[in-house]
Design a protein around this ligand. Structure first.
Ligand SMILES: [Fe+2]
Ligand SMILES: [Fe+2]
Length: 171
């Protein structure tokens, strides 16, 4: 299936992008968890897990086409610990991924590889949903400012005070 070499190369670029997203979102998760922002901590963790599942789908397709998976992240993690900057970066990452996957879907289609095209299209749907989730949190932060973050910390204190589960443990 040498004619699918181009698809394999594109999917390995996607794996690199997804690995960076997993690392970056887990870094954001650790810092939100450390600051007591459970809602955001869980959102970043859930999204990181979804990006990991994207890697799995890409890897399965790459191996099916007799390629191999290059497990190399595209970027090192950016050490951003300010919540507003985290959300801005996450929105930008999702926008970039969706744009690239749209282009690569078309490239795979042009090379008569409609299954890889379909995979990229499925990923676009997910990345647009991720963007929307981060964008909504950004709106809340703009609307309610520091209160939005304070509320998340208070929620955790209440649960801890009442002997409920500690924040960050559940996802
Ligand atoms: Fe993804
Ligand atoms: Fe995403």
């Amino acid at each position: 299936m040498a004619r699918h070499e181009n698809s394999i190369a594109l999917m390995n670029k996607a794996v690199a992008d997804e690995l960076s997203a997993v690392h970056q979102y887990m870094y954001f998760h650790f810092h939100c968890d450390d600051q007591g922002y459970d809602l955001l901590a869980n959102l970043f963790k859930r999204t990181a897990i979804e990006e990991m599942l994207h890697i799995e789908r890409l890897a399965e397709r790459i191996l099916f086409l007799k390629g191999d998976v290059e497990m190399v992240a595209e970027h090192p993690v950016s050490k951003v610990s300010d919540v507003k900057q985290m959300l801005e970066m996450a929105c930008q990452m999702e926008t970039n991924s969706a744009a690239a996957y749209n282009r690569w879907a078309n490239e795979c289609g042009a090379n008569a590889d409609s299954a890889s095209k379909k995979l990229f299209e499925d990923l676009v749907m997910d990345e647009e949903r991720h963007f929307d989730q981060y964008d909504t949190e950004m709106d809340h932060l703009k609307m309610y400012g520091e209160n939005y973050l304070a509320l998340q910390s208070i929620e955790r204190s209440k649960r801890t005070g009442m002997g409920g589960p500690m924040g960050g443990a559940g996802a």
